[in-house]
Write a protein that binds this ligand. Sequence first.
Ligand SMILES: Cc1ncc(COP(=O)(O)O)c(C=O)c1O
Length: 381
Amino acid sequence: MNASALSWIEIDAAALEHNIASIQSNLAKGCNMVPVVKANAYGHGYLEIARLLDPRQFTFLAVHNLEEAQLLRAGGITSNILILGYIPFADLKSAVESGFDFVVSNLDTLRKLAEYATAQNPAKCHLKLETGTNRQGINREDLPAVIDCFKSTAHLKLVGVSTHFANIEDTTDHSYADLQFKRYTELKAVIEDAGFVIKYAHLASSAASLLFPHTHFNLARVGIALYGHWPSKETYLSYRLAGKQNHMLHPVLSWKTLIGQIKDVRKGEYIGYGTTYRATANLKIAVLPIGYFDGYDRQISNNGYVLVNGMRAPVRGRICMDMFMVDVTDIPNVSLESEVVLIGRSGDETIRAEDIAGWTNTINYEVLARLGMHLKRKVIT
Ligand SMILES: Cc1ncc(COP(=O)(O)O)c(C=O)c1O
């Protein structure tokens, strides 16, 4: 018999379906969403999410690396896969032979690919253009050499042209995004003028998918919004300032645990490592069997709350590796193994990934992506 999970993640299939429909209806005509399922599908589970994505509906699923692409295939996912991140030279042959599409952002990789591409297994390249993020991307001055490489190698296929915005999420001033868009269209025109017909043009991620229809072309790589989260407050504000209504995103993930111990702690006693919390009254403390190993950040020590029976239970003392304590003194009907919500809803109360991001000085993306790979994911249909 398998051991019971001490903490588990619930995936709401209906919320995912709702988000897909909402985002797709917000995209410009002719644009297909590319669900981004890298980083364990933003903590939601590679296969749990990919199995809910109909391969007939999406041109590609996007991942970061070859390992993730192989994991999807091994899990029975038949969708076309686009690899966004770096592929080491040692893996390029395998990536080509597996039939994956990949983003290419340097000439050395392109030359290596030229060695492996065949009529049977062409290298399906999506060129990443440098437009101002300065992370991946071919510089303008290198473009002629890149174009020559494609022209002189029959089975090196230039199927896509992409870039990535640097500064939509952190601001409501979109002038830098406008500049990047302008650079992208200029560089794309250089490639087209050289005689290439570009099948896939893509630069929008969630924020641009929600805000800028003119950037959609025919693919939009959507991550965080797919999972029901706004990329940032600024994106949400920009969306509302554009006169749009917020009816469109439902969080897909909840994270739950159970009470593993209940203790009476007398006034004046300390709680946890470092004696950082001292009881100011007689307390009833619940011990939860998860901790920072599971992705519950240590910065939440004395600095957050969980939900028990629809009420907030504040964290008392430090988050340990695999336990932490909360105060349930004023919460009725609490018993050993009562359910505890870490992210999600309980009664009328909700804790969002964004709340945890606020307590831990980070962004919702990081809170979700760091949820332990080992946590059980249950799909609720
Ligand atoms: C190249 C690229 N495209 C698309 C995405 C998806 O971004 P978002 O989650 O904001 O939709 C990411 C996310 O990091 C990315 O790096």
